[in-house]
Design a protein around this ligand. Structure first.
Ligand code: 5AD
Ligand code: SF4
Length: 454
């Protein structure tokens, strides 16, 4: 999300006549986008700002944007007086006015727009991912999970119109990119302000944009995750075989304390819907927080048994980090740091074995990989499957190496807990993919894209 915000901010600056450069040393104005989801990310910001101070002597100006900017507000000017602009994500659409202010030597702030109905849209997004176009469909979050800072920093939920999302998707396809990732803190709350399209309907419509071969989305909240989403994935080959469904904990008691609005049983019911897809094997990944205040040893065990039950292909696991303004910060029975560290290690170890077995099941399969890059030093090409698994492969003698952005069949020869290794297969195997994805109906419109990554 932040990565894409940076793409949009950079693009809108370029449309104002600024020019993007490769390093802070080359810049007159340095934008620093920040994250405050956990304390560690936030601490990094202040270290980096201190480092920037030496550049001030060279006459450079500094802007701090994102969640730390929103959270700390004008306190940033106190801690880092060399900063000229502080703005949260709800204010990005006002950047042009703020830029005029700082060009006149004044300080500018964008901190009071979190109640807005408006979204930040720009047709000038500076796309830096060479094979994937990100599209924000909903901004903000109204969920107020007890541990989370996002509703306070990103403001209230507001959806873009489906028309404008589809227009952007078509622009992305026209530029030669074939993969789109729809973004939102909680995409299941998407509600088209004009056309009344649900998220599942929007997803299907994006999947039908000519030239688009893969559509991903993140993040889903389990409370409003609908069967319609699974039906759309099952019906449309362009929608990827992957759902990221953050569970946070396997204990219903902890989930209730987290204000997640679902129980373990409700969550597992959604997993059943996903597993019941008729034509596809949908890969599942999740987010987990260990050591939420009051989490007992037995409740943590329930998270481990949930891992066993669901058999995820990937888990992003975090130690609970107390955040300012959130209800959880005042909760009793904090879990000691060493205990959180121990639980995290136990969880990661258990999950590693699950993934080792999951990934090993692909050995022998032919899967479609999208080429993401070449690694000449290792003699490998990096690819990604529809299920979002990394599939590195070699090219047998006599076959030519596919370019970045190409879709190719790859026979899986070896597996690791986080990646697969294979060999480019004959094009004839494309119609014979044992992965559950039918061959796409349309060919890419243009040659493989070769934009260079920044
Ligand atoms: N502490 C630890 N992890 C957190 N996350 C969000 N807030 C916190 C916090 N205070 C995690 C959640 C979320 C992911 C993006 O970050 O698991 O899904
Ligand atoms: Fe944070 Fe996600 Fe909960 Fe929103 S739904 S409050 S972004 S964890």
């Amino acid at each position: 999300m932040n990565f894409h915000d940076s793409e949009k901010v950079a693009g809108s600056l370029v449309s104002q006549g600024y020019r993007q450069v490769q390093s802070a040393e080359d810049a007159d104005l340095i934008f620093y986008n920040t994250c405050s989801i956990r304390d560690k990310a936030e601490q990094k910001v202040f270290h980096r700002l201190a480092e920037f101070k030496r550049l001030q002597k060279l006459g450079k100006k500094f802007a701090v944007i994102g969640c730390v900017a929103q959270q700390e507000g004008e306190r940033i000017f106190e801690r880092a007086p060399h900063v000229s602009l502080v703005a949260g994500s709800s204010s990005y659409r006002n950047l042009p006015q703020m830029l005029v202010q700082i060009e006149h030597g004044e300080r500018a702030t964008g901190l009071d727009d979190r109640n807005t109905e408006e979204t930040f849209e720009t047709e000038f997004t500076a796309r830096t991912n060479p094979h994937r176009g990100y599209v924000t469909i909903i901004e903000g979050c109204d969920k107020f999970c007890a541990y989370c800072v996002v509703p306070y920093t990103r403001g209230r939920e507001r959806s873009r119109t489906s028309e404008s999302v589809l227009e952007e998707a078509r622009r992305i396809a026209d530029s030669g990119l074939t993969e789109i990732q729809l973004l939102g803190q909680n995409v299941n709350s998407y509600l088209d302000p004009i056309g009344r399209k649900s998220f599942a309907e929007l997803l299907a419509a994006v999947g039908e944009v000519s030239g688009i071969r893969r559509v991903r989305f993140t993040t889903s909240h389990p409370r409003h995750f609908s069967r319609g989403i699974v039906e759309a994935i099952d019906a449309l080959p362009t929608l990827c075989d992957h759902v990221h469904l953050p569970v946070q904990s396997g204990s219903s008691r902890v989930l209730s304390a987290m204000a997640r609005e679902y129980t373990r049983e409700m969550y597992l019911e959604r997993i059943e819907w996903i597993r019941a897809a008729k034509h596809r094997t949908i890969s599942l990944t999740t987010d987990i927080i260990v050591g939420f205040p009051g989490e007992s040893e037995a409740e943590f065990e329930q998270t481990l048994t949930l891992l066993d039950e669901v058999q995820y292909d990937g888990v992003f696991s975090f130690k609970y980090s107390p955040r300012p303004n959130t209800p959880a910060i005042a909760m009793q029975n904090a879990i000691p740091e060493e205990e959180k560290t121990a639980r995290l290690a136990t969880l990661n170890e258990r999950q590693r074995e699950i993934q080792r077995a999951n990934y090993a099941r692909h050995v022998g399969e032919v899967m479609e990989a999208m080429v993401e890059g070449h690694q000449p030093a290792r003699g490998q090409i990096t690819g990604r499957t529809s299920q979002n698994k990394t599939l590195n492969f070699t090219v047998p003698e006599g076959m030519s190496a596919p370019g970045v952005g190409a879709y190719v069949p790859v026979r899986v020869l070896r597996s690791y807990p986080n990646s697969l290794v294979g060999e480019l297969a004959d094009a004839a195997e494309n119609g014979n993919l044992s992965a559950t994805r039918p061959a796409p109906e349309h060919q890419p419109r243009s040659e493989p894209v070769t934009h260079s990554a920044l």
